[in-house]
Design a protein around this ligand. Structure first.
Ligand SMILES: Nc1ncnc2c1ncn2[C@@H]1O[C@H](COP(=O)(O)OP(=O)(O)OP(=O)(O)O)[C@@H](O)[C@H]1O
Ligand SMILES: [Mg+2]
Length: 707
């Protein structure tokens, strides 16, 4: 008896030591990570080095930014076909490595320009490039199939890039056999695996069909394979190198930082209508020129509801999710991409895809599946509720501001949304851990949002430049000691559990409201919810799940570190805001600066041309960057315009662009004549036409036959 009780004591003590060890080690680990980030950053600034981040891949001895025989041709195609004025970080190096027939792994921020890295070599190289992408499929009808198979087998047609889903590679023997024929004839130029993180079950979006893509390297060992993703931790990188059989690949890692994105989190009201009021107000006050945005929701049903309620408040919005009829969905997408619809309300499935540059179709045959989405124009991304991980949030919010101009990412957070997510992800590998990292991001009212990303992706810290709510708003955030309340929570839960009962987070908070007063000062309901979440993050409490026939329920139970709170070994603090935060992120003037004078006119022109050309995306006619270059240089001749937007675009749209510039200049000279009168407009057009003609520019009034 005595022996058993002393064994029990010893076990208890051992458990305590283990818990303490675990707890202090985690704290320590956190601090060490922070220190590691700082040291790396300092080291880099001293040495001006690229990130020393090449574990597992081949040493980067080669100088990929040197000169290569294809430099001139690549420059010509980049500019005259893609209309891209210069390379962004790492693009040229990646292209050079692929052109040198090496396998390559690319980790580049969302919107960083990964597509060009394989599309450009695909255009230069003889033959067809195969691109595996999760939401794009080939062969929508018999005609497509015939065309593609002929191109693969016999080299007929002008097919240069072929987009396929991973299922096509893993399931269609016919397709693979055609691909073999293509390779046998020396016409398979390269293989690109886009969204490559889907290969790894440690990634945030594992897809079983990606697992089989390893056969591509085995089957076509001499064809360069490039794997691309926006987010991959070291573990995921190693995993996908192994899965894709590219152990000796050259690895290019760019920063995850998106300096033009303003990140903010707002407290989400428990009243659904108030949240929608707030979202509508945010959009209507900040985006008065119908600028496009995305609202992400938790479920398909919620998408439909939120879109409907936004419409009721005068916001042009529609839902978009996987459950819709393909044609209806495509229509929504087209309306949104041509700026006829301001807001698209989607689930997480929405958003993976590529841009669809029209000019590209002239040299490449792209077959695009219904889910393809345009993301270039998005100026704001709003999350109606939190996502399941930092990776998914980074990627979804990263859909904003792909043109490099200031854009906003707003997330609505309330603790009650956590159990909704946790009951979905708890069975995934590290599902809860990933979710809790995201919750930490949402709960924090002090830490720079950008730093949270840097830490998450183990990257040296960079300056936020006030581009997140926590850095920008100097409101008072108080830390209050809530250890007393934490003890009350733990004892209440103990009582509940002793009676063999269970409580969900909301039930627990309801019960706590009664106990609240006994502790001293009173916490409000949302602060109590925040406290319960805080205790889960500190492992004082934990979530447990049980299944019913219809759903999985999340309950809150005593966690491994509860005793530390009870024995007053652990202090629990809550961050409480006392001041009101500003309701907008980026200042209005900087938002509006993109829409002034000639820029507005050119923006309208690209929208007009996009609808004339049957739904080509406006940015493929003129990118925002090109609009600002055109505005600053104000070209007067075709030759001058060519130097800014390249030959192909000038050939197609040059006359109209020069016409708009001509008119604008004329109006400016005439002291901003009122162009609203038809008569005056006609005069102005005629004068500008004359003026332009003098400068060897033919102004065509109708755009119907410009091709
Ligand atoms: N060097 C460049 N200069 C200007 N614009 C560029 C450049 N490279 C690419 N872009 C443009 O940036 C946009 C985003 O490119 P892309 O779709 O390739 O991004 P991504 O890296 O694949 O992003 P995601 O991870 O979200 O898929 C495109 O519209 C593309 O035309
Ligand atoms: Mg991409």
């Amino acid at each position: 008896m005595a022996a058993s009780s002393s064994t029990e004591d010893l076990l208890q003590e051992l458990l305590n030591v283990e818990l303490e060890l675990q707890d202090s080690l985690l704290d320590k680990q956190e601090k060490l990570y922070e220190k590691q980030s700082e040291l790396k950053a300092v080291l880099e600034s001293y040495q001006g080095l690229e990130k020393p981040d090449n574990d597992g891949a081949a040493p980067q001895a080669e100088n990929w930014s040197g000169s290569f025989e294809w430099d001139d041709e690549a420059d010509d195609i980049r500019f005259n076909i893609f209309g891209i004025p210069g390379y962004r970080a790492n693009q040229q190096e990646i292209i050079n490595a692929i052109m040198s027939r090496r396998d390559v792994l690319v980790i580049m921020a969302a919107g960083g320009g990964k597509s060009l890295c394989y599309q450009l070599p695909a255009v230069i190289r003889h033959g067809i490039a195969l691109v595996v992408s999760p939401l794009l499929s080939l062969i929508q009808d018999q005609e497509d199939e015939k065309y593609i198979y002929k191109a693969l087998e016999k080299g007929e047609g002008d097919l240069k890039v072929l987009y396929v889903t991973p299922e096509k590679v893993s399931k269609s023997k016919r397709f693979v056999s055609k691909l073999e024929k293509c390779h046998h004839a020396g016409r398979l130029s390269l293989i690109a695996i886009d969204e490559a993180h889907c290969c790894s079950q440690w990634g945030h979006d594992f897809r079983p069909d990606y697992k089989n893509l390893g056969i591509l390297k085995t089957q076509f060992p001499d064809v360069p394979l490039v794997a691309l993703t926006a987010t991959a931790t070291k573990k995921v990188q190693l995993d996908l190198m192994a899965m894709l059989n590219i152990p000796k690949c050259i690895k290019f890692v760019s920063t995850v930082n998106r300096p033009n994105l303003f990140y903010m989190v707002r407290e989400k009201s428990s009243v659904g209508k108030v949240v929608i009021d707030d979202i509508a107000e945010f959009i209507q006050s900040s985006y008065t020129n119908n600028e496009s945005g995305i609202v992400y929701c938790f479920s398909r049903k919620e998408c439909e509801q939120v879109a409907k309620e936004l419409r009721e408040r005068g916001v042009s919005a529609d839902h978009y999710h996987a459950d819709m009829d393909v044609n209806v969905r495509e229509k929504v997408h087209m309306r949104w991409s041509s700026s006829k619809l301001q807001v698209i309300v989607g689930t997480v499935a929405f958003g993976m895809g590529i841009n669809k540059p029209d000019v590209f179709k002239m040299v490449l045959y792209l077959i695009l599946l219904t889910c393809m989405v345009l993301l270039y124009f998005t100026l704001f991304v709003i999350h109606h509720s939190l996502g399941k991980s930092m990776e998914t949030y980074y990627q979804e919010s990263g859909r904003a501001g792909r043109d490099g101009l200031p854009s906003e990412c707003l997330l609505y957070f309330r603790p009650a949304d956590v159990p909704r997510q946790s009951s979905m992800v708890f069975y995934e590998n590290s599902g809860l851990q990933n979710l809790y990292d995201m919750v930490r991001y949402c709960q924090s009212k002090k830490e720079c949002r950008r730093s949270a990303f840097f830490r998450h992706f183990a990257e040296p810290l960079q300056d936020c430049n006030g581009m997140c709510d926590n850095c920008a708003f100097s409101c008072e955030v108080k830390e209050i000691d809530a250890s007393g309340h934490a003890r009350a929570v733990v004892s209440l839960l103990q009582e509940i559990q002793e009676k063999d009962q269970r409580a969900t987070m909301l039930q627990l908070v309801d019960k706590l409201k009664v106990k609240n007063k006994e502790v001293g000062f009173e916490l409000k309901k949302d602060e109590l919810e925040q406290l319960v979440i805080q205790l889960i993050l500190h492992r004082v409490l934990k979530e447990e799940f049980s299944h019913t026939a219809y759903a999985t329920n999340a309950y809150v139970t005593i966690g491994p570190l509860a005793k530390h709170v009870l024995h007053e070994k652990k202090i629990i603090t809550l961050e409480v805001t006392s001041g009101e935060r500003s309701s907008t992120g980026i200042t209005k003037s900087s938002k509006r600066s993109r829409y002034s004078g000639l820029e507005v006119k050119l923006d309208n022109l690209r929208k007009e041309l996009s609808s004339i050309h049957g739904g080509i995306f406006p940015h493929s006619i003129l990118s925002t960057q090109q609009i600002s270059m055109v505005c600053s240089q104000k070209p007067e001749t075709t030759e001058q315009l060519e130097k800014i937007i390249g030959k192909l675009k000038t050939q197609k749209y040059g006359d109209r662009i020069l016409e708009v510039i001509g008119k604008h200049e004329f109006d400016e000279e005439q002291g901003h004549q009122d162009s609203s009168s038809d008569k005056e407009r006609q005069t102005s057009v005629n004068k500008s036409a004359k003026r332009s003609r003098n400068k060897k520019v033919v102004v065509i009034e109708s755009s119907e036959n410009e091709d």
